[in-house]
Design a protein around this ligand. Structure first.
Ligand code: NAP
Length: 280
């Protein structure tokens, strides 16, 4: 295990990021000394940051918008899962070379596991079709989901994600628009409903204006939102008021961070035990 790691998180915007607190708590829990800085890196400024990171002896960095895809040409190697997702959220630097990983979807899986749930055998409905939906849809397929449905404002993007899933598995896939009627129809059969749009997120300025699909969600389903600020979006509050189990994006955020720390520190600790020590 590496006892000292020099790390960073990069993105734009980055001011709101809780990564320093989360990684700090996790690294403390595993007994590693660390430096963790938050760096605003705008689109097009990756190369300058990478040069600086290598020269200053940085061991690795986490990436958020808008760099998860743009980093790929700079990598010496890319882990199989990140390659499949076409996106990277963790970079480890070894001897000046960059190695890419993606811990987002595994982070979500671990959050599910903590609730005694999993993608295996589940019918999963994803609202949105951005980067994170692609990773979750592929992960759900890899873990043996029964069916993955992607509903999105731009239907072509939902179709692209469904096609990507079909390319790697033979599970049932469905795609469509995210109008209330379509969500209601899909949700009636689902075990896990996930909001992966920014609707309802602090600072987004927009929210679901029609939640009339919520009572149609299958009884016993988990209603999940990847948003963690606010802790309870209207989407989740409505689900809770109807008696559904709910889960926000906080556990995923923490698990993906701890999984990154495992890569940086080259250590084999129990991620769930470390999770219990992280509270920001
Ligand atoms: P993204 O690539 O920007 O995709 C956003 C998706 O939301 C797109 O499909 C977009 O539809 C849809 N959308 C945006 N505004 C909308 C609106 N007004 N009405 C309907 N649909 C709208 O984002 P992402 O990286 O996939 O992230 C999605 C969400 O997950 C964000 O809220 C992000 O904060 C959250 N997230 C959480 C974690 C965590 O650890 N908890 C990790 C990653 C992401 P179009 O295709 O039509 O534009």
């Amino acid at each position: 295990m590496k006892n000292f790691v020099k790390l960073a998180v990069i993105g734009d915007p980055i001011e709101h990021s809780k990564s320093p607190e989360i990684h700090g708590a996790a690294l403390k829990a595993i007994g590693a000394d660390y430096e963790y800085e938050k760096v605003r890196v705008k689109a097009g400024e990756l190369e300058t940051f990478i040069k600086r990171a290598v020269e200053s002896g940085t061991d690795g960095f986490n990436l958020t918008m808008p760099h998860k895809v743009d980093i790929i040409p700079y990598l010496e190697s890319i882990d199989e899962e990140a390659l499949r997702y076409g996106a990277v959220n963790t970079v480890k630097i070894v001897d000046g070379k960059l190695h890419g990983y993606n811990t987002d979807a595994e982070g979500y899986s671990m959050a599910l596991k903590m609730r005694g749930r999993s993608f295996k055998g589940a019918s999963v409905v994803l609202l949105g079709a951005g980067g994170v939906v692609r990773t979750l849809a592929l992960r759900a397929a890899a873990e043996g989901a029964n069916c993955v449905t992607v509903l999105n404002r731009t239907q072509e993007k939902a179709a692209e994600v469904a096609k990507a899933v079909q390319c790697v598995s033979d599970i049932k896939t469905w795609c469509g628009s995210c109008c209330s009627a379509e969500i209601a129809e899909a949700a009636a059969e689902c075990d896990i409903l996930i909001n992966a749009t920014p609707l309802g997120m602090h600072g987004c300025g927009e929210d679901y204006n029609d939640l009339s699909f919520m009572p149609c969600v299958k009884r016993g389903a988990l209603v999940s939102d990847l948003i963690y600020n606010p802790e309870k979006t209207r989407f989740l509050a409505e689900a809770e008021s109807l008696g559904y189990e709910i889960m926000n994006g906080k556990a995923m955020l923490i698990f993906q961070a701890i999984l990154s720390d495992k890569i940086y520190t080259e250590s084999d600790f129990d991620v769930t035990e470390v999770y219990k020590c992280v509270n920001y």
